[in-house]
Design a protein around this ligand. Structure first.
Ligand SMILES: [Zn+2]
Length: 274
């Protein structure tokens, strides 16, 4: 028994030596942390605002506001930035910057701010990261910077890039953020013209897919339901179909950012999924 353990140890040792020294550089550690980026209000009747098919009579759900920190080696990316600090009752109690400070991460370390879509509850604290490169769907950026932005677009929330000279990279289709397949923005238009979801590959947990607002709650995801406020119905349904295929093929965990029931799919702050 003792001898076989020793043989095993020798074999494992030899294998460890055979791993090229560059291994660690080629696969940087990827970690994902959820941040609370808004103050939830009481449970909300989802009809009629979140259905265009007279669904969900009487259904009330608890919505939350989530944003995420993705660590990729020594680089960081924020995915969505939640509500603004002056958003009244839904404003976050603790800013994203102060939450990052608890993780010993400064805004200057955040290389990218990735935005699922232009709605105010997803870009509220973007200006806290003025040195980051803004990654945003081309169609959404065009709306934010158009001469007459739609009433629900608030360009002032991304003024660091609209007028402040910050670096913007508009994303027309999919984007492999770090070039190694671990963090990928998937083009899923419909809710807005340039909407994206974020696919994150974690070494231990596997794939996680962050919803943006491709779906606002589990029932709409399951039934390919469409909110009454939406840009393109057929695109929304097609995007949900794409997401379901990705989830099935990669056995991914799909996390709906606004659904309280999905918060527990990631470890509670300040812990990270790895
Ligand atoms: Zn939205």
């Amino acid at each position: 028994m003792r001898q076989s353990t020793m043989v095993l140890a020798l074999v494992l040792g030899a294998h460890a030596l055979a791993v090229p020294p560059t291994f660690a550089q080629e696969t940087p550690e990827v970690a994902l942390t959820r941040l609370d980026c808004g103050t939830p209000q009481s449970p909300l009747a989802v009809a009629p605002r979140f259905t265009d098919t007279y669904d969900y009579p009487g259904l009330k759900l608890q919505f939350v506001y989530s944003c995420y920190l993705v660590k990729h080696g020594n680089d960081y990316m924020m995915w969505d930035t939640g509500q603004a600090l002056n958003a009244g009752p839904v404003a976050p109690k603790v800013s994203a910057v102060d939450l990052l400070a608890q993780l010993k991460v400064t805004p200057d370390q955040v290389k990218y701010v990735g935005i699922s879509h232009f709605h105010a509850d997803h870009i509220g604290q973007a200006n806290s990261f003025p040195k980051s490169t803004l990654l945003i769907g081309t169609g959404d950026w065009e709306l934010l910077t158009s001469k007459q932005p739609p009433p629900n677009a608030k360009p002032e929330l991304v003024s660091s890039w609209v007028s402040g000279g910050g670096k913007v990279e508009t994303v027309p289709l999919d984007k492999d953020v770090f070039g190694d397949g671990t963090v990928v923005m998937l083009y899923t238009p419909g809710h807005t013209p340039g909407h994206h979801v974020l696919l994150v590959k974690l070494a231990q947990k596997g794939h996680v897919l962050l919803s943006g607002d491709a779906a606002h709650f589990r029932e709409n995801y399951d039934k390919a339901g469409v909110p009454s406020f939406n840009t393109d119905r057929s695109q929304t349904v097609a995007s949900i179909e794409r997401i379901k295929s990705v989830v099935a093929n990669l056995k991914a965990d799909f996390i709906i950012q606004h659904d309280l029931r999905d918060v527990g799919k990631l470890p509670a702050f300040p812990a990270a999924a790895k």
